[in-house]
Design a protein around this ligand. Structure first.
Ligand code: ATP
Ligand code: MG
Length: 259
């Protein structure tokens, strides 16, 4: 059974039906992608999964347990961590301090005997932010600050991590490094749910990709399958940029062994 199960979730904001009958699963040891045009409902769905948004209908299950009515901080304790599209880090703290705060919280929750300072140093290396460890986060480029936020999420030792556009603001080299990190994290057993506009990154790292459009899942499959799906191409037709991304990723992936 998948670690995360979203079952028939609906969200309405007044007249806006932001999420409609969505079924989605994220498995341990896999990177699962969630893509779709702007306003498709991706962030709203993340908010439902993490407990920041109450669904109008439907259930969320984690490790076989119905957590729809569980408060967000309790979901975090169960092993869910996330990053935010609009970036939520402590700007006046350094990268190291941001990660340490989370590592301290983890220690206070669990009896795993973890050493917060050791955990922090390990994560600085793993996420690739050691060089900026002593810099205040509000002095960093956004892409780097996003990596700090990812490090902070990992410091809680989650079983599922939800990433809302972690690649935005990264250059090609940084984005490639992020891709390798996500694959490594999955290899270590983590379930990763990835929202990302960088289609090349999604296509390269994801095992399965869900495509959301106007609140509905319109396609689910391997990267190659969703790229070839006419419904997906049509959904992106409204957005020139998005379509170019899909086409460019399709070209870049020719001959590449997708996971
Ligand atoms: N709190 C809210 N109140 C009212 N409408 C909302 C609220 N949050 C989101 N919406 C609407 O719900 C729809 C889905 O928005 P959401 O932010 O989930 O999309 P998204 O797929 O994350 O888009 P993007 O790619 O631009 O981040 C949009 O029409 C949005 O305007
Ligand atoms: Mg969003």
């Amino acid at each position: 059974m998948s670690l995360l199960q979203v079952v028939d979730v609906d969200v309405r904001f007044g007249g806006v039906h932001a999420v409609q009958e969505v079924r989605l699963e994220a498995e341990a040891a896999r990177v699962t992608g969630l893509i779709g045009p702007n306003g498709a409902g991706k962030t709203t769905l993340f908010n439902v999964i993490t407990g920041l948004q109450e669904p109008t209908a439907g259930r969320v299950k984690f490790d076989g347990r119905d957590i729809t009515d569980v408060r967000p901080h309790k979901r975090a304790r169960l092993g869910m961590a996330r990053t935010f599209q609009r970036l939520e880090v402590f700007g006046s703290l350094t990268a190291r301090e941001n990660v340490l705060v989370a590592a301290e919280i983890r220690k206070s929750w669990s009896s795993d005997g973890s050493n917060p300072r050791a955990v922090t140093e390990e994560i600085l290396d793993r996420v690739g932010i050691r060089e900026v460890a002593d810099d205040r986060v509000d002095s960093m480029p956004t892409g780097m600050a996003r990596l700090v936020e990812l490090g902070r999420a990992l410091a809680t030792n989650p079983r599922l991590v939800l990433l809302d556009e972690p690649g935005s603001g990264l250059d090609q080299q940084e984005s490639d490094a992020l891709g390798r990190l996500l694959i490594d994290l999955a290899d270590d057993g983590l379930a990763v749910l990835l929202v990302e506009h960088d289609v090349e990154l999604v296509m390269h790292v994801c095992h399965l990709v869900y495509v959301l459009d106007f609140g509905r899942i319109i396609a689910l499959g391997t990267p190659a399958q969703v790229q070839a799906d006419p419904r997906v191409q049509a959904a992106y037709l409204g957005s020139e940029e998005g379509l170019e991304d899909i086409e460019a990723a399709a070209l870049a992936d020719e001959g590449v062994d997708n996971r």
